[in-house]
Design a protein around this ligand. Structure first.
Ligand SMILES: Nc1ncnc2c1ncn2[C@@H]1O[C@H](COP(=O)(O)OP(=O)(O)O)[C@@H](O)[C@H]1O
Ligand SMILES: [Mg+2]
Length: 460
C-alpha cells in the first residue's frame, strides 16, 4: 500500500505506457550517442587527429533493447489476465489526479487497494481505502462502470455489497449488453422448463423456492407491461405441468377484472352481481389445505427426527394467484353483514395474511399482481408486504421502484426504454437478493389455450 500523490500520474498507469516510455528512453539515448559520435568525429577531423569514432555497436544495442521493450510491452498486454487488466483501469480511474480523484484523496494518504476476482457471471471488484471516507468508497458504481472500456466496454456494475464492518465494498460487474438482450423464447408448451422448486425466468436466471426466506411474490407494473403473461409463463405453466401431488395440491387463479384469464376453466372471477364470496371460500379452502399439508410435513419431521421440507415428502408447489390485487380488495364488503358474518374485507385479509406468512413451509405460495407499485408500501398490509420476498416490477421506473425496494438497493439501477416483459426483480433466495434487470420469456404459442389445457388436465 503506497502513499497517494497528486503528481504521480504515471504510477497509476498500466505497465504498457511505462514499458514503452522506457523503450523510448533507449531510442533517445541511441540518438544522443549518435549525435555525440558525429560531433566528436567532426572535432577530431578539424583537429586533424586520426581517430575513428564508431559507436555503431552501442547504438545497435540500444536500439535492440528499445525494440525488445516494445515487444515486452506487447506481450505483457496480450498475456495480461482479465483480472489484472480490470484492476489497472480501476486504479487509474481512482488514483490518477487528472481523472477526477473520486475518493477525494490528499497527498500522503494511503492509496486504495483493489482486488479483482472472477464471479459467477462476471467479476467481483473489492475496493478498500483506509484513507477515504466510506461514503466515497461505496459510491463508485458509476465511476467503475464508466472506466471499463474496450474489451470490458459492455461491462457495468450490477450490484454491490458493503462490508458490515465498513472496511471495503464489493462491486459486481457483468456484461450487461449481452445479458440485457437475453430472453428465453418458448415455441410450445414443451419448451417451458419445469423444476420442483425452481422458477426459471431465463435458462441462467431462476428463483429457488427451496431457498427463499419470504416466498410470496408481488408483481407490479402498469397495464400491459407483461405481468399476467410472465406469471403464466414462469409460474403457472411450469407448476401445472408437474400435475397434482398426493397431498391435495391446488393452483387457484383469481381474475377480478374478468379479463382474458377468466376465459380459462377453473379461473375464479366475481359473479355477475359483483359478489366475490365464492372467491373467499376458495381462498379459505386453499388455506385449509395449507394447514393439512403443514401437519403432514410436521408429522414427517417428528417421525424422521429432523427438519423435512415439503419437497422432500413428494409435495408439489401450490399457488394462489390473485391478478390485479387492488381490484379484488375493492370488491369485498368493508363490513360483514348479519347474514354473512364471515364475508368481509377483514376476513379476506386475515386468510391472505396466514397464507402469505405461513404458506412457504407447506409449499403454498401467494402471488399478487398489481398495476400500482405503491401497494408495495400503502395498499398491502405490512405483514403481507414483508412476506413478499419475491418482487418484480415490469416496465420499471425509478419512481415506482422506490415503493418496492430501498434506495440503497436501487443505487445501481438505471432507467431505460423498456418493452412488455422487461422487468427489475429480486428474491431473497441468496442468489437474486440484489435488484437486477431481466427479460421474461417470450411465448410463441397461445398461453391462455395452454393454460386452459393444463388446468383441465390438473383438475380432470
Ligand atoms: N415477455 C414478453 N415478451 C414479449 N411480449 C410480451 C411479454 N409479456 C407480455 N408481452 C406483450 O404485452 C401484452 C400485455 O401483456 P400482459 O401480460 O397482459 O400485461 P399486464 O398483465 O401487465 O396488463 C401481451 O399481450 C404481449 O403482447
Ligand atoms: Mg394482466
Amino acid at each position: 500500500m503506497g502513499r497517494w500523490s497528486k503528481d504521480a500520474c504515471l504510477r497509476y498507469c498500466s505497465p504498457t505506457p511505462k514499458i514503452i516510455l522506457f523503450g523510448v528512453g533507449f531510442i533517445l539515448l541511441a540518438g544522443i550517442v549518435k549525435i555525440f559520435e558525429i560531433f566528436t568525429s567532426e572535432v577530431f577531423r578539424l583537429l586533424r587527429i586520426d581517430i575513428i569514432v564508431d559507436f555503431r555497436l552501442v547504438i545497435a544495442i540500444l536500439l535492440i533493447v528499445a525494440y525488445i521493450m516494445g515487444l515486452i510491452a506487447i506481450i505483457e498486454k496480450i498475456t495480461r489476465s482479465d483480472e489484472r487488466d480490470i484492476s489497472y483501469s480501476i486504479i487509474n480511474r481512482l488514483c490518477a489526479y487528472n481523472k477526477g480523484n473520486p475518493l477525494n484523496l490528499k497527498d500522503g494518504e494511503l492509496e486504495p487497494v483493489i482486488r479483482v476476482n472472477k464471479s459467477d457471471k462476471g467479476y467481483k471488484i473489492t475496493v478498500e481505502c483506509q484513507s477515504a471516507k466510506f461514503d466515497d468508497v461505496s459510491n463508485l458504481e458509476t465511476v467503475i462502470s464508466d472506466c471499463l472500456r474496450n474489451k470490458y466496454g459492455n461491462y457495468a456494475v450490477v450490484s454491490k455489497e458493503e462490508d458490515i464492518a465498513g472496511r471495503y465494498v464489493d462491486y459486481y460487474i457483468e456484461d450487461v449488453v449481452t445479458s440485457y438482450n437475453k430472453q428465453s423464447v418458448y415455441n410450445s408448451l414443451n419448451d417451458v422448463p419445469t423444476d420442483l422448486t425452481k422458477i426459471y425466468i431465463r435458462d441462467d436466471v431462476y428463483i429457488d423456492y427451496s431457498k427463499v426466506l419470504n416466498s410470496s411474490a408481488v408483481i407490479a407494473g402498469r397495464s400491459r407491461s407483461g405481468k399476467t403473461t410472465a406469471i403464466i409463463s414462469t409460474f403457472l405453466l411450469p407448476i401445472l405441468k408437474q400435475g397434482r401431488d398426493n397431498f391435495n395440491s391446488k393452483v387457484i387463479i383469481v381474475d377480478p377484472k374478468s379479463a382474458e384469464l377468466s376465459l380459462c376453466p377453473f379461473v375464479l372471477s366475481p359473479d355477475t352481481n359483483g359478489s366475490v364470496e365464492h372467491i373467499l371460500e376458495a381462498i379459505r379452502d386453499f388455506n385449509n389445505i395449507r394447514i393439512e399439508r403443514q401437519q403432514i410435513v410436521n408429522e414427517f419431521c417428528i417421525s424422521k427426527g429432523k427438519a423435512i421440507k415439503w419437497f422432500d415428502v413428494g409435495m408439489k408447489p401450490c399457488i394462489l394467484f390473485l391478478d390485479e390485487f387492488v381490484s379484488i380488495q375493492d370488491m369485498f364488503p368493508k363490513k360483514a353483514s348479519k347474514e354473512k358474518p364471515n364475508y368481509s374485507l377483514t376476513d379476506f385479509q386475515g386468510v391472505l395474511r396466514q397464507i402469505a406468512t405461513q404458506g412457504a413451509s407447506a409449499g403454498c405460495f401467494l402471488i399478487l399482481s398489481t398495476a400500482e407499485a405503491s401497494v408495495g408500501t400503502g395498499g398491502l398490509e405490512s405483514a403481507v408486504n414483508n412476506a413478499c420476498g419475491i418482487r418484480i416490477l415490469f416496465k420499471p421506473s425509478l419512481d415506482e421502484a422506490r415503493y418496492l425496494w430501498s434506495t440503497e438497493k436501487l443505487a445501481v439501477m438505471r432507467e431505460r426504454q423498456y418493452v412488455a416483459g422487461d422487468a427489475w426483480f429480486s428474491a431473497d433466495d441468496g442468489i437474486n437478493n440484489s435488484v437486477r434487470f431481466v427479460k421474461f420469456p417470450r411465448l410463441e404459442f397461445g398461453e391462455y389455450e395452454a393454460l386452459s389445457e393444463l388446468l383441465t388436465l390438473y383438475y380432470g
